[in-house]
Design a protein around this ligand. Sequence first.
Ligand SMILES: [Zn+2]
Length: 135
Amino acid sequence: MTYAIDGWFAHSPEDGARLLGTRCTACGTVCFPPRRGSCPNPRCPGTDMEVLPLPRRGRVWSYTNACYPPPAPYVAAEPYEPVTLAAVELDEVGLVVLGQVKGLTVDQLEVGMELELTSGPLADGPLVWMWGRAS
Ligand SMILES: [Zn+2]
């Protein structure tokens, strides 16, 4: 299985898709995408960031659709099919993570709706995280 971005998420049959953030061992600040070597908190001198699998559920913060293909290096399906995008505020940590939405259109989404992390292939094959209907 090839991931669209190495180290940003993982998928296993047991746990499903999980985003991989990092947490500062000095102050506890959680961030996504994962980072190494420095804490994003400007008041913290911490340099040790540990990998933290993030909550799989969250609530829609905003959403839209993309009716035309993004520019390269994105590889669009031919013919291009519009995709739904959602920014989802993760439970517990409160980070907002953008992703493609699987199986739902903008007409079926609303702010505050619960979604669950899943994954799916991009047009050129690699696996990426996506948002889907909460089970
Ligand atoms: Zn810190």
